[in-house]
Design a protein around this ligand. Sequence first.
Ligand SMILES: [Ca+2]
Length: 479
Amino acid sequence: MKKTPASALCLLLMILTVVSCAKPAAGPEETLPPETKPEETEKLITSDLPDMKFDGRTFDIAHWYVNGWTIHGTDLYVEEQTGDPIGDAVYARNARIAEQYDVVFEYEELDHADFVGKIRVAATTNDDPFDLLCIRMADTTNIMMEGNLLEYGNLTYVDLDKPYWDQSVKECFSFGGNTFMMTSDTTINDKNGTSGVAFNKVLARDLMLPDLYKEVRDGTWTQEELLRLISGYDADKNGDGELKIEDDVLGMVGQSDVVMSFFMGGGGHFTSRDAADYPVLDFNTEDNIDVLYLVFDLIDDEHFLATSNIDETILGGHSIFSWIRIENVVRMRGMEGDDFGVLPTPKYNEYQEDYLSLLSVHGSTAQAALYTETDPEFVSFMMEALAAGSHYGVQSAYYDVTLKTKSARDDESQEMLDIIFSHRVLDIADLCNFGTFTGYVMGMPFGSDDRNIASAYAKYESKMQADIDKFCEKLDKML
Ligand SMILES: [Ca+2]
Protein backbone atom coordinates (compact mmCIF):
# COMPACT_ATOMS: atom_id res chain seq x y z
CA MET A 1 0.00 0.00 0.00
CA LYS A 2 1.46 3.35 -1.01
CA LYS A 3 0.14 6.68 0.12
CA THR A 4 1.47 10.13 -0.67
CA PRO A 5 2.42 12.35 2.26
CA ALA A 6 0.09 15.23 3.06
CA SER A 7 0.88 18.66 1.71
CA ALA A 8 1.43 21.58 4.04
CA LEU A 9 -1.57 23.38 2.55
CA CYS A 10 -3.88 20.46 3.24
CA LEU A 11 -2.51 20.31 6.75
CA LEU A 12 -3.28 23.99 7.27
CA LEU A 13 -6.80 23.58 5.86
CA MET A 14 -7.44 20.63 8.12
CA ILE A 15 -6.29 22.57 11.17
CA LEU A 16 -8.60 25.46 10.21
CA THR A 17 -11.61 23.27 9.52
CA VAL A 18 -11.24 20.35 11.88
CA VAL A 19 -9.37 21.55 14.92
CA SER A 20 -12.13 23.46 16.59
CA CYS A 21 -10.88 23.67 20.13
CA ALA A 22 -7.10 23.48 19.99
CA LYS A 23 -5.64 24.68 23.25
CA PRO A 24 -2.01 25.50 23.85
CA ALA A 25 -0.36 24.16 27.00
CA ALA A 26 0.33 26.81 29.59
CA GLY A 27 3.85 28.05 30.14
CA PRO A 28 6.23 26.30 32.49
CA GLU A 29 6.64 29.33 34.76
CA GLU A 30 3.72 28.27 36.99
CA THR A 31 4.32 26.21 40.11
CA LEU A 32 4.04 22.55 39.23
CA PRO A 33 3.57 19.72 41.69
CA PRO A 34 6.88 17.98 42.42
CA GLU A 35 7.60 15.01 40.19
CA THR A 36 7.29 11.79 42.18
CA LYS A 37 10.35 9.60 41.91
CA PRO A 38 10.82 6.03 43.13
CA GLU A 39 12.66 5.00 46.29
CA GLU A 40 16.42 5.42 45.97
CA THR A 41 16.97 1.67 45.87
CA GLU A 42 14.97 1.29 42.66
CA LYS A 43 16.54 1.94 39.29
CA LEU A 44 15.06 5.08 37.75
CA ILE A 45 13.09 4.25 34.61
CA THR A 46 13.71 6.80 31.88
CA SER A 47 13.47 6.96 28.12
CA ASP A 48 16.51 6.77 25.87
CA LEU A 49 15.35 9.82 23.93
CA PRO A 50 18.06 12.24 22.81
CA ASP A 51 17.80 15.83 23.95
CA MET A 52 16.03 17.61 21.11
CA LYS A 53 14.25 20.91 20.55
CA PHE A 54 11.34 21.21 18.13
CA ASP A 55 11.19 25.04 17.93
CA GLY A 56 7.69 25.48 19.28
CA ARG A 57 6.18 22.85 17.01
CA THR A 58 2.60 21.77 17.78
CA PHE A 59 1.79 18.22 18.78
CA ASP A 60 -1.83 17.54 17.82
CA ILE A 61 -3.71 15.00 19.90
CA ALA A 62 -7.11 13.70 18.77
CA HIS A 63 -9.04 12.00 21.57
CA TRP A 64 -12.32 10.08 21.45
CA TYR A 65 -15.37 10.75 23.55
CA VAL A 66 -18.81 9.21 23.92
CA ASN A 67 -21.62 11.65 24.58
CA GLY A 68 -22.68 11.57 28.22
CA TRP A 69 -19.72 9.50 29.42
CA THR A 70 -17.42 10.96 32.02
CA ILE A 71 -14.69 8.32 31.99
CA HIS A 72 -12.59 9.75 29.15
CA GLY A 73 -10.38 12.80 28.93
CA THR A 74 -8.10 14.29 31.59
CA ASP A 75 -5.20 11.85 31.06
CA LEU A 76 -3.90 13.41 27.84
CA TYR A 77 -4.55 17.07 28.35
CA VAL A 78 -5.89 19.49 30.93
CA GLU A 79 -6.06 23.22 30.40
CA GLU A 80 -5.07 24.37 33.87
CA GLN A 81 -4.23 23.20 37.38
CA THR A 82 -7.36 22.80 39.47
CA GLY A 83 -6.21 20.90 42.55
CA ASP A 84 -7.37 17.56 41.12
CA PRO A 85 -4.31 15.33 41.74
CA ILE A 86 -4.48 13.41 38.46
CA GLY A 87 -5.35 16.45 36.37
CA ASP A 88 -2.52 18.42 37.95
CA ALA A 89 -0.06 15.59 37.30
CA VAL A 90 -1.13 15.50 33.65
CA TYR A 91 -0.75 19.26 33.48
CA ALA A 92 2.70 19.06 35.02
CA ARG A 93 3.79 16.26 32.67
CA ASN A 94 2.73 18.18 29.58
CA ALA A 95 4.30 21.41 30.83
CA ARG A 96 7.63 19.65 31.50
CA ILE A 97 7.64 18.01 28.07
CA ALA A 98 6.60 21.26 26.39
CA GLU A 99 9.52 23.03 28.03
CA GLN A 100 12.13 20.32 27.64
CA TYR A 101 11.51 19.69 23.94
CA ASP A 102 10.04 23.08 22.97
CA VAL A 103 6.68 21.81 21.76
CA VAL A 104 3.09 23.04 22.14
CA PHE A 105 0.30 20.60 22.91
CA GLU A 106 -2.91 20.91 20.95
CA TYR A 107 -5.85 18.78 21.89
CA GLU A 108 -9.18 18.03 20.28
CA GLU A 109 -11.96 15.67 21.33
CA LEU A 110 -13.86 13.85 18.61
CA ASP A 111 -17.12 11.95 18.99
CA HIS A 112 -16.05 8.31 18.77
CA ALA A 113 -18.69 7.76 16.08
CA ASP A 114 -17.03 10.44 13.89
CA PHE A 115 -13.50 9.32 14.68
CA VAL A 116 -13.44 6.46 12.18
CA GLY A 117 -14.85 8.67 9.42
CA LYS A 118 -12.53 11.60 10.09
CA ILE A 119 -9.50 9.36 10.05
CA ARG A 120 -10.73 7.76 6.83
CA VAL A 121 -11.06 11.22 5.23
CA ALA A 122 -7.67 12.32 6.56
CA ALA A 123 -6.04 9.17 5.21
CA THR A 124 -7.64 9.21 1.77
CA THR A 125 -7.13 12.92 1.16
CA ASN A 126 -3.55 12.64 2.42
CA ASP A 127 -4.14 15.29 5.02
CA ASP A 128 -2.12 15.17 8.19
CA PRO A 129 -4.37 16.76 10.80
CA PHE A 130 -3.40 14.71 13.86
CA ASP A 131 -0.17 13.50 15.37
CA LEU A 132 -1.32 11.18 18.15
CA LEU A 133 -4.61 9.32 17.77
CA CYS A 134 -6.25 8.34 21.05
CA ILE A 135 -8.91 5.96 19.82
CA ARG A 136 -11.61 4.17 21.78
CA MET A 137 -10.26 0.63 21.84
CA ALA A 138 -13.49 -0.88 20.48
CA ASP A 139 -13.14 1.33 17.38
CA THR A 140 -9.49 0.57 16.67
CA THR A 141 -9.79 -2.56 14.57
CA ASN A 142 -12.17 -0.88 12.08
CA ILE A 143 -9.62 1.88 11.58
CA MET A 144 -6.75 -0.57 11.50
CA MET A 145 -8.43 -2.89 8.98
CA GLU A 146 -8.96 0.01 6.60
CA GLY A 147 -5.19 0.30 6.54
CA ASN A 148 -5.19 3.72 8.15
CA LEU A 149 -2.87 3.11 11.09
CA LEU A 150 0.89 3.17 11.05
CA GLU A 151 2.73 0.06 12.19
CA TYR A 152 4.71 0.73 15.38
CA GLY A 153 7.92 -0.38 13.66
CA ASN A 154 7.76 2.96 11.81
CA LEU A 155 7.52 4.83 15.11
CA THR A 156 11.24 4.64 15.59
CA TYR A 157 11.56 6.47 18.90
CA VAL A 158 8.94 4.27 20.58
CA ASP A 159 10.59 1.50 22.57
CA LEU A 160 7.83 -1.02 23.29
CA ASP A 161 10.15 -2.99 25.57
CA LYS A 162 10.21 -0.17 28.11
CA PRO A 163 8.07 -0.82 31.18
CA TYR A 164 5.99 2.32 30.62
CA TRP A 165 4.52 0.60 27.54
CA ASP A 166 2.03 -2.00 28.75
CA GLN A 167 3.92 -5.28 28.46
CA SER A 168 0.88 -7.39 29.30
CA VAL A 169 -1.24 -6.27 26.31
CA LYS A 170 1.56 -6.32 23.75
CA GLU A 171 0.64 -9.80 22.56
CA CYS A 172 -3.10 -9.04 22.49
CA PHE A 173 -2.43 -6.09 20.18
CA SER A 174 -0.11 -7.95 17.84
CA PHE A 175 -1.57 -9.12 14.51
CA GLY A 176 0.59 -11.07 12.11
CA GLY A 177 3.55 -9.82 14.13
CA ASN A 178 2.51 -6.20 13.59
CA THR A 179 1.43 -3.66 16.18
CA PHE A 180 -0.91 -0.82 15.21
CA MET A 181 -2.15 0.23 18.65
CA MET A 182 -0.84 0.13 22.20
CA THR A 183 -1.45 1.41 25.69
CA SER A 184 1.11 3.00 27.98
CA ASP A 185 1.45 4.88 31.25
CA THR A 186 0.36 8.00 29.34
CA THR A 187 -3.28 7.02 29.86
CA ILE A 188 -5.28 6.11 32.93
CA ASN A 189 -8.67 5.34 31.41
CA ASP A 190 -7.43 1.89 30.41
CA LYS A 191 -6.37 1.34 34.04
CA ASN A 192 -9.84 2.49 35.10
CA GLY A 193 -11.30 0.05 32.55
CA THR A 194 -9.54 -2.97 34.09
CA SER A 195 -11.62 -5.49 36.03
CA GLY A 196 -11.11 -6.61 39.61
CA VAL A 197 -13.07 -7.43 42.74
CA ALA A 198 -13.88 -5.17 45.70
CA PHE A 199 -14.72 -6.44 49.17
CA ASN A 200 -16.29 -4.79 52.18
CA LYS A 201 -13.67 -4.88 54.98
CA VAL A 202 -16.23 -4.51 57.79
CA LEU A 203 -18.24 -7.51 56.58
CA ALA A 204 -15.08 -9.54 55.94
CA ARG A 205 -14.11 -8.94 59.57
CA ASP A 206 -17.60 -9.60 61.00
CA LEU A 207 -17.98 -12.82 59.01
CA MET A 208 -14.42 -13.82 59.95
CA LEU A 209 -13.35 -14.37 56.36
CA PRO A 210 -9.75 -15.50 55.88
CA ASP A 211 -7.03 -12.95 55.03
CA LEU A 212 -7.96 -12.35 51.40
CA TYR A 213 -4.74 -10.54 50.53
CA LYS A 214 -2.81 -13.53 51.80
CA GLU A 215 -4.94 -15.84 49.65
CA VAL A 216 -4.04 -13.71 46.63
CA ARG A 217 -0.33 -13.87 47.51
CA ASP A 218 -0.51 -17.62 48.14
CA GLY A 219 -2.25 -18.19 44.81
CA THR A 220 -5.32 -19.66 46.50
CA TRP A 221 -7.69 -16.83 45.54
CA THR A 222 -9.76 -18.89 43.10
CA GLN A 223 -13.31 -18.78 41.77
CA GLU A 224 -14.18 -21.87 43.79
CA GLU A 225 -12.83 -20.20 46.92
CA LEU A 226 -14.96 -17.12 46.19
CA LEU A 227 -18.01 -19.35 45.72
CA ARG A 228 -17.24 -21.07 49.03
CA LEU A 229 -16.87 -17.75 50.86
CA ILE A 230 -20.11 -16.24 49.57
CA SER A 231 -22.32 -19.26 50.16
CA GLY A 232 -21.33 -20.09 53.73
CA TYR A 233 -23.66 -17.77 55.65
CA ASP A 234 -27.28 -16.66 55.86
CA ALA A 235 -27.70 -13.69 53.56
CA ASP A 236 -31.35 -13.06 54.42
CA LYS A 237 -30.55 -10.63 57.18
CA ASN A 238 -34.10 -9.46 57.87
CA GLY A 239 -35.45 -13.00 57.60
CA ASP A 240 -38.33 -12.23 55.24
CA GLY A 241 -37.42 -15.13 52.96
CA GLU A 242 -36.36 -12.83 50.10
CA LEU A 243 -32.95 -11.49 49.12
CA LYS A 244 -32.95 -7.78 48.43
CA ILE A 245 -29.91 -5.54 48.22
CA GLU A 246 -31.48 -2.80 50.34
CA ASP A 247 -32.18 -4.91 53.43
CA ASP A 248 -29.92 -7.98 53.18
CA VAL A 249 -26.24 -8.82 52.84
CA LEU A 250 -25.41 -10.43 49.50
CA GLY A 251 -22.32 -12.51 48.85
CA MET A 252 -21.49 -10.88 45.57
CA VAL A 253 -22.94 -8.35 43.14
CA GLY A 254 -22.06 -7.38 39.59
CA GLN A 255 -23.32 -6.91 36.06
CA SER A 256 -23.12 -9.00 32.90
CA ASP A 257 -19.44 -7.98 32.65
CA VAL A 258 -18.80 -10.54 35.41
CA VAL A 259 -19.08 -13.27 32.78
CA MET A 260 -16.35 -11.92 30.52
CA SER A 261 -14.12 -10.81 33.41
CA PHE A 262 -14.27 -14.13 35.23
CA PHE A 263 -14.12 -16.22 32.06
CA MET A 264 -10.98 -14.45 30.84
CA GLY A 265 -9.74 -14.12 34.43
CA GLY A 266 -10.05 -17.89 34.73
CA GLY A 267 -7.82 -18.35 31.69
CA GLY A 268 -10.70 -18.72 29.22
CA HIS A 269 -10.45 -17.48 25.67
CA PHE A 270 -12.47 -17.32 22.45
CA THR A 271 -9.53 -17.20 20.07
CA SER A 272 -5.88 -18.09 20.07
CA ARG A 273 -3.16 -17.34 17.47
CA ASP A 274 -1.68 -19.57 14.78
CA ALA A 275 2.04 -19.75 14.01
CA ALA A 276 1.74 -16.60 11.87
CA ASP A 277 0.11 -14.69 14.77
CA TYR A 278 -3.30 -14.67 13.03
CA PRO A 279 -6.41 -15.25 15.19
CA VAL A 280 -8.03 -18.68 15.11
CA LEU A 281 -11.31 -19.71 16.70
CA ASP A 282 -10.46 -21.70 19.84
CA PHE A 283 -13.48 -21.60 22.13
CA ASN A 284 -14.78 -25.15 21.96
CA THR A 285 -12.40 -26.77 24.45
CA GLU A 286 -13.14 -28.62 27.65
CA ASP A 287 -11.17 -26.09 29.71
CA ASN A 288 -13.04 -23.08 28.30
CA ILE A 289 -16.41 -24.67 28.88
CA ASP A 290 -15.47 -25.71 32.44
CA VAL A 291 -14.41 -22.15 33.25
CA LEU A 292 -17.61 -20.72 31.79
CA TYR A 293 -19.82 -23.16 33.73
CA LEU A 294 -18.06 -22.19 36.95
CA VAL A 295 -18.82 -18.53 36.20
CA PHE A 296 -22.46 -19.46 35.57
CA ASP A 297 -22.50 -21.32 38.92
CA LEU A 298 -21.31 -18.17 40.67
CA ILE A 299 -23.98 -16.01 39.04
CA ASP A 300 -26.67 -18.63 39.68
CA ASP A 301 -25.74 -18.89 43.36
CA GLU A 302 -28.50 -17.47 45.53
CA HIS A 303 -25.95 -15.18 47.20
CA PHE A 304 -25.21 -13.41 43.90
CA LEU A 305 -27.40 -10.56 42.71
CA ALA A 306 -27.12 -8.54 39.52
CA THR A 307 -27.05 -4.80 40.02
CA SER A 308 -25.54 -1.78 38.35
CA ASN A 309 -25.58 -0.02 41.72
CA ILE A 310 -22.20 -1.38 42.76
CA ASP A 311 -20.66 1.55 44.61
CA GLU A 312 -23.58 2.05 47.01
CA THR A 313 -24.03 -1.68 47.57
CA ILE A 314 -20.42 -2.22 48.68
CA LEU A 315 -20.09 1.02 50.65
CA GLY A 316 -23.46 0.47 52.34
CA GLY A 317 -22.46 -3.00 53.56
CA HIS A 318 -25.03 -4.82 51.43
CA SER A 319 -22.60 -7.19 49.74
CA ILE A 320 -19.31 -8.75 50.79
CA PHE A 321 -17.86 -8.81 47.28
CA SER A 322 -18.47 -7.00 44.04
CA TRP A 323 -17.23 -7.21 40.50
CA ILE A 324 -15.68 -3.85 39.70
CA ARG A 325 -13.66 -1.93 37.22
CA ILE A 326 -10.94 0.13 38.87
CA GLU A 327 -12.96 3.24 37.95
CA ASN A 328 -15.39 2.13 40.71
CA VAL A 329 -12.54 2.28 43.21
CA VAL A 330 -11.60 5.80 42.15
CA ARG A 331 -15.22 6.89 42.55
CA MET A 332 -15.83 5.02 45.83
CA ARG A 333 -12.78 6.63 47.49
CA GLY A 334 -14.64 9.93 47.34
CA MET A 335 -17.88 8.54 48.80
CA GLU A 336 -19.13 7.93 52.33
CA GLY A 337 -19.41 4.37 53.57
CA ASP A 338 -17.63 1.28 54.84
CA ASP A 339 -13.94 0.66 54.26
CA PHE A 340 -13.26 -1.59 51.28
CA GLY A 341 -10.34 -3.37 49.68
CA VAL A 342 -9.36 -4.37 46.14
CA LEU A 343 -8.51 -7.86 44.87
CA PRO A 344 -7.69 -9.26 41.44
CA THR A 345 -10.22 -11.38 39.57
CA PRO A 346 -9.88 -14.88 41.10
CA LYS A 347 -8.10 -17.61 39.17
CA TYR A 348 -10.00 -20.63 37.85
CA ASN A 349 -7.95 -22.89 40.12
CA GLU A 350 -4.64 -22.91 41.99
CA TYR A 351 -2.79 -24.36 39.00
CA GLN A 352 -3.37 -21.21 36.97
CA GLU A 353 -0.12 -19.28 36.91
CA ASP A 354 -1.21 -15.63 37.03
CA TYR A 355 -4.19 -13.54 38.02
CA LEU A 356 -5.62 -12.26 34.73
CA SER A 357 -7.50 -8.97 34.57
CA LEU A 358 -9.87 -8.14 31.74
CA LEU A 359 -9.24 -4.86 29.97
CA SER A 360 -12.51 -3.31 28.79
CA VAL A 361 -12.37 -2.35 25.13
CA HIS A 362 -15.32 0.01 25.53
CA GLY A 363 -13.94 2.66 27.86
CA SER A 364 -10.21 2.40 27.18
CA THR A 365 -7.92 4.36 24.92
CA ALA A 366 -5.47 2.86 22.45
CA GLN A 367 -2.69 5.04 21.06
CA ALA A 368 -1.94 5.07 17.36
CA ALA A 369 -0.62 7.21 14.50
CA LEU A 370 -2.06 7.77 11.03
CA TYR A 371 -0.70 5.66 8.19
CA THR A 372 -0.24 8.89 6.22
CA GLU A 373 1.65 10.58 9.06
CA THR A 374 4.22 12.83 7.41
CA ASP A 375 6.65 12.87 10.34
CA PRO A 376 6.57 9.55 12.22
CA GLU A 377 9.86 10.43 13.93
CA PHE A 378 8.40 13.47 15.66
CA VAL A 379 5.17 11.66 16.58
CA SER A 380 7.04 8.68 17.97
CA PHE A 381 9.41 10.94 19.90
CA MET A 382 6.46 12.60 21.60
CA MET A 383 4.63 9.31 22.24
CA GLU A 384 7.75 7.98 23.95
CA ALA A 385 8.29 11.23 25.89
CA LEU A 386 4.67 11.16 27.12
CA ALA A 387 4.77 7.50 28.16
CA ALA A 388 8.11 7.83 29.95
CA GLY A 389 7.06 11.14 31.48
CA SER A 390 3.92 9.53 32.94
CA HIS A 391 5.57 6.55 34.59
CA TYR A 392 6.07 8.33 37.91
CA GLY A 393 4.05 11.54 38.10
CA VAL A 394 0.73 10.62 36.46
CA GLN A 395 0.74 6.98 37.54
CA SER A 396 1.70 7.89 41.13
CA ALA A 397 -1.11 10.44 41.29
CA TYR A 398 -3.49 7.79 39.97
CA TYR A 399 -2.37 5.28 42.61
CA ASP A 400 -2.66 7.93 45.32
CA VAL A 401 -6.27 8.67 44.38
CA THR A 402 -7.13 5.00 43.99
CA LEU A 403 -5.63 4.00 47.34
CA LYS A 404 -6.46 6.90 49.60
CA THR A 405 -8.90 5.89 52.32
CA LYS A 406 -10.46 8.18 54.92
CA SER A 407 -7.83 7.37 57.52
CA ALA A 408 -4.80 5.90 55.77
CA ARG A 409 -3.33 4.77 52.52
CA ASP A 410 -4.49 1.28 51.60
CA ASP A 411 -1.05 -0.21 50.97
CA GLU A 412 -2.27 -3.76 50.59
CA SER A 413 -4.57 -2.67 47.82
CA GLN A 414 -1.51 -1.09 46.16
CA GLU A 415 0.07 -4.52 45.99
CA MET A 416 -3.21 -5.83 44.55
CA LEU A 417 -3.34 -3.07 41.91
CA ASP A 418 0.18 -4.00 40.83
CA ILE A 419 -0.97 -7.60 40.43
CA ILE A 420 -4.11 -6.51 38.55
CA PHE A 421 -2.23 -4.28 36.09
CA SER A 422 0.66 -6.68 35.51
CA HIS A 423 -1.40 -9.29 33.61
CA ARG A 424 -4.18 -7.69 31.64
CA VAL A 425 -6.05 -9.61 28.97
CA LEU A 426 -8.45 -9.01 26.16
CA ASP A 427 -9.65 -11.22 23.32
CA ILE A 428 -9.81 -10.16 19.69
CA ALA A 429 -13.27 -11.81 19.56
CA ASP A 430 -14.39 -9.21 22.11
CA LEU A 431 -12.49 -6.39 20.40
CA CYS A 432 -14.05 -7.21 16.99
CA ASN A 433 -17.30 -8.73 18.23
CA PHE A 434 -16.79 -11.82 16.01
CA GLY A 435 -20.17 -13.38 15.25
CA THR A 436 -21.69 -11.45 18.21
CA PHE A 437 -20.99 -14.55 20.32
CA THR A 438 -19.22 -12.85 23.23
CA GLY A 439 -22.24 -10.60 23.79
CA TYR A 440 -24.56 -13.61 23.75
CA VAL A 441 -22.45 -15.54 26.25
CA MET A 442 -22.27 -12.57 28.61
CA GLY A 443 -26.05 -12.27 28.65
CA MET A 444 -26.79 -15.99 29.07
CA PRO A 445 -27.07 -16.19 32.88
CA PHE A 446 -29.02 -12.94 33.10
CA GLY A 447 -32.75 -13.09 32.53
CA SER A 448 -32.67 -16.46 30.77
CA ASP A 449 -32.60 -20.11 31.80
CA ASP A 450 -30.31 -21.07 28.94
CA ARG A 451 -27.11 -22.59 30.32
CA ASN A 452 -26.36 -24.88 27.39
CA ILE A 453 -23.02 -23.57 26.15
CA ALA A 454 -22.57 -26.32 23.56
CA SER A 455 -25.84 -25.59 21.80
CA ALA A 456 -25.28 -21.81 22.01
CA TYR A 457 -21.85 -22.25 20.44
CA ALA A 458 -23.28 -24.53 17.73
CA LYS A 459 -25.62 -21.70 16.75
CA TYR A 460 -22.85 -19.09 16.60
CA GLU A 461 -19.82 -21.07 15.41
CA SER A 462 -20.18 -20.61 11.64
CA LYS A 463 -20.86 -16.88 12.01
CA MET A 464 -17.81 -16.46 14.25
CA GLN A 465 -15.66 -18.45 11.84
CA ALA A 466 -16.89 -16.36 8.89
CA ASP A 467 -16.02 -13.12 10.71
CA ILE A 468 -12.57 -14.42 11.63
CA ASP A 469 -11.94 -15.53 8.03
CA LYS A 470 -12.93 -12.08 6.82
CA PHE A 471 -10.66 -10.46 9.42
CA CYS A 472 -7.67 -12.62 8.42
CA GLU A 473 -8.27 -12.01 4.72
CA LYS A 474 -8.26 -8.24 5.27
CA LEU A 475 -5.23 -8.51 7.52
CA ASP A 476 -3.42 -10.49 4.83
CA LYS A 477 -4.10 -7.82 2.22
CA MET A 478 -3.03 -5.08 4.57
CA LEU A 479 0.29 -6.52 5.77
CA1 LIG B 1 -34.48 -10.38 53.06
